[in-house]
Write a protein that binds this ligand. Structure first.
Ligand code: R1X
Length: 257
């Protein structure tokens, strides 16, 4: 069956997928796969399939923001994907996790408009516990498998685990976004798509997790010059990509056992 927006056929789709915002990053991730094929590049949605450690998986870009990303998640699940891991970037709420860190998102605060049109207020956007565990173990290198790295510079990536905030607005307008409250309540970082991923996965019976590379500070008190193009951020992106690949391969092996 042809998915009308992603322009992919369900017959070509594996059960496991890495999703990321940027089509160029999808291409970068796909270079780590064997027997890779590009299936489609429709709007912001670029889809590759290939093998990692013998596990057939897809890498798909979903663009910026929840409504567009939701289209991607819905069509992937309709096409037969059952496990999704988002690899993204986010702004940090805490000096404990500066640019160059990674955060595994256990749940997302739903400040977006999209999920309000799908589920009632108060319904939680939570990650799958098995996917999250696999991500934490791969990110920290505690799962028996070491995350390979061909990062541009050496260095240990700091790994945080906790709640993230999903926003719609990247640039602020005249309304105040209560970053200080999210931070005081314990959120670690803010980005723009995880709530959509978790709600849609819960609704449609798929499992999902997410890992984000910190590329700056979301809280204006901590904001220095925003520059996501540093070696530290590139290292963190490299680390989260390898983490997600490793976690998906581990989950696939667990599913087959
Ligand atoms: O999730 C956010 C969005 O996709 C983080 O980075 C993008 C905006 O630059």
């Amino acid at each position: 069956m042809l998915m009308p927006i992603l322009q992919i056929h369900s017959e070509d789709m594996p059960a496991y997928a890495i999703v990321c915002g940027d089509p160029a990053r999808a291409e970068k991730i796909s270079r780590k796969l064997e027997q890779v094929r590009e299936l489609a590049f429709s709007r912001e949605y670029r889809t590759f399939v290939g093998q990692y450690e013998g596990v057939q998986m897809a890498v798909v870009s979903h663009g910026v923001g929840s409504p567009g990303a939701a289209v991607c998640f819905e069509e992937l699940i309709r096409a037969g994907v059952t496990t999704l891991i988002r690899v993204g970037t986010a702004g940090s709420y805490t000096a404990e996790y500066p640019a160059g860190s990674v955060i595994v998102s256990t749940a997302a605060v739903r400040t977006d408009g999209l999920t309000r049109q799908l589920v009632p207020d108060g319904f939680p956007a939570v990650a799958d516990i098995g996917v999250t565990q696999a991500l934490i173990e791969a990110a920290r290198g505690t799962g028996g498998a070491t995350v390979a790295s061909d990062a541009p510079t050496a260095g240990v990536t700091k790994v945080g685990v906790g709640i993230t905030v999903t926003l719609d607005a990247f640039f602020t307008g005249v309304e105040e976004i209560p970053h200080r409250k999210y931070k005081q309540a314990g959120a670690l970082a803010a980005e723009m798509e995880i709530a959509a991923l978790y709600i849609i996965s819960t609704l449609r019976g798929a499992r999902a997790g997410a890992i984000v590379a910190i590329d700056g500070f979301a809280d204006s008190d901590l904001a220095a010059e925003y520059d996501p193009h540093t070696d530290a951020v590139a290292n963190a992106v490299e680390h989260e990509i390898n983490t997600a690949l490793q976690a998906l391969a581990t989950l696939a092996r667990q599913d087959q056992a």
